[in-house]
Ligand binder design. Structure first.
Ligand code: AMP
Ligand code: ZN
Length: 474
């Protein structure tokens, strides 16, 4: 069974899907005002690895990755009263919408180059403001907000479990030191955060709301979209370690308070990538993109392989030398498979092959230990296994690694065959989860009423014995 390290419980926990027919996964996606750099791609590779490992475990992932296409005010933008997308648009003489569309496409292109399996939904933040307003209204109704003059804040002292994810303690440490939004203050404490902000004059993105014209805060974005597409409780939440606080702590606090649900069961965080020991930055000119790598002879799959030689929770120090060594190791591996006559498409493997197969599977299932899995691949390539057996194994393994182990079909097995299932929307999943709970609590009339509602939405729940329920389209 696949186990993943969960940031909240601080241990590896086995993945037990809430719904039998899908593993719901949410990833904080890019803010589309620039090309993504190799650090971002390392984090998105974690999502891809999870999707592939889930499929490898015989389960069906349902992946949602948001596109932040309206930018957000971080410190520097607050001072300029401009968000990232708007600022980039102004600099380029384009509209924010044009900038967002351009960089969204560029992002998708980079994902394809990296052989990332596509997510099922890529909700745009700008198209989900009504959902965000609904969450804010619900929080206001519960009396956990305050504000004036077009601003609405979330009072974190009223959130159950605040700090569980990041270890943040109210009034202490990183949380207390933050000055984001302090400019607009009227906040009761630094950790409180905005759900709604009054509009800056002439702002390109502007929405009406019960609190006046303005725009939503950043954290509410992911909470609203995750709940809309995955339901109030889903399996895995993914992001880079820098987002743990305040973004993830706040998304979680807000979603759990608004819905009463658990939100994500497992929180997975990717460690950062440094370049030559430094944080990437404009001033160091080391914010490398895939094109920069290409220009130095490292393909996207070379970079992918390079990332996989380190565990995702280990910080990665990118150097050109290390990348060159990885690129060479990958081509040697491909040659080894090639020279042994390994080809995709054969169907037999047994005996010794089974040992390698099992070791690879165990490594992946153990919190996605790709470096250990890659060591197994190298050993197998050097072993006495027949070309045919190697071909079968390489085909299987590349479903997970996606680096194009077999020259004849680089990465093919990995990118093809995404199941085009009809997957129930978040609201229906929610009904099914609520029904499950009612049944466990022996509230059968309520459970039956929920089944009826699910039917009205076009789905049937199929109960498995001692297993989570499954949703079938009627
Ligand atoms: P951003 O566009 O800055 O919000 O980042 C998008 C994703 O990339 C987030 O999940 C970040 O945590 C992640 N990320 C940002 N910088 C790095 C880095 N240097 N290494 C790895 N992941 C990063
Ligand atoms: Zn997010």
């Amino acid at each position: 069974m696949l186990s993943l390290y969960d940031t909240v419980s601080r241990k590896k926990i086995p993945l037990v899907p809430l719904m039998q027919d899908r593993v719901g996964i949410y990833t904080c996606g890019p803010t589309v005002y620039r090309y993504v750099h190799i650090g971002n791609l390392r984090t998105y590779l974690l999502t891809d690895l999870i999707l592939r490992a889930v499929r490898f475990a015989g389960l069906a992932p349902f992946s949602v990755q948001n596109i932040t296409d309206m930018g957000h005010m971080h410190q520097e933008q607050l001072e300029q009263t401009e968000d990232k997308v708007v600022a980039a648009a102004r600099a380029a003489g384009k509209t924010a919408k044009e900038i967002a569309e351009f960089f969204t496409e560029a992002y998708f292109r980079d994902c394809r180059r990296m052989h990332f399996l596509p997510s099922d939904v890529y909700p745009r933040a700008s198209a989900h403001v009504p959902e965000m307003i609904a969450v804010a209204k619900e929080l206001e109704r519960q009396g956990v907000t305050y504000g004036e003059g077009g601003y609405l804040y979330f009072d974190v002292t009223k959130a159950k479990g605040y700090g569980e994810l990041s270890g943040a303690v109210l009034g202490e440490g990183e949380a207390a030191g933050r000055t984001d939004e302090s400019i607009h203050l009227r906040k009761h404490r630094p950790e409180d955060f905005s759900l709604w902000l009054a509009a800056d004059p002439g702002r390109e993105f502007l929405w009406d709301s019960p609190w006046g014209p303005g725009w939503p805060g950043w954290h509410i974005e992911c909470a609203a979209m995750a709940v809309k597409y995955l339901g109030t409780e889903f399996d895995i939440h993914v992001g880079g370690v820098d987002l743990r606080f305040p973004h993830h702590e706040n998304s979680r606090a807000m979603a759990m308070t608004a819905t009463g649900g658990r939100f994500a069961s497992v929180w997975v965080h990717a460690a950062h990538l440094l370049v030559d020991g430094h944080k990437m930055s404009k001033s160091l000119a080391n914010e490398y993109t895939l094109d920069d790598l290409d220009a130095r002879g490292a393909s996207p799959l070379d970079f992918r392989y390079h990332c996989l030689t380190l565990h995702y929770r280990t910080p990665m120090n990118f150097t050109w030398e290390a990348q060159a060594a990885s690129s060479k190791a990958l081509s040697r591996l491909r040659e080894a498979f090639d020279s042994r006559g390994a080809t995709a498409g054969a169907t037999v493997a047994g005996g010794e092959a089974e040992v390698y197969r099992r070791r690879f599977r165990e490594a992946i299932q153990d919190d996605l230990n790709a470096p250990r899995a890659i060591a197994v691949v190298h050993e197998a390539a050097r072993s006495g296994l027949s070309g045919e057996a190697l071909g079968v194994l390489a085909g299987e393994w590349d479903q997970v690694l996606g680096v194009g182990l077999l020259k004849t079909s680089p990465g093919k097995a990995a990118v093809d065959g995404v199941p085009a299932e009809e997957i129930a929307p978040g609201e229906v999943v929610d009904l099914a989860l609520r029904r499950d709970r009612c049944r466990r609590e022996k509230k059968f009339p309520e459970a039956d009423a929920l089944r009826e509602k699910i039917r009205e939405a076009g789905y049937e729940v199929v109960d498995g014995k001692d297993e989570p329920a499954r949703l079938k389209k009627l």
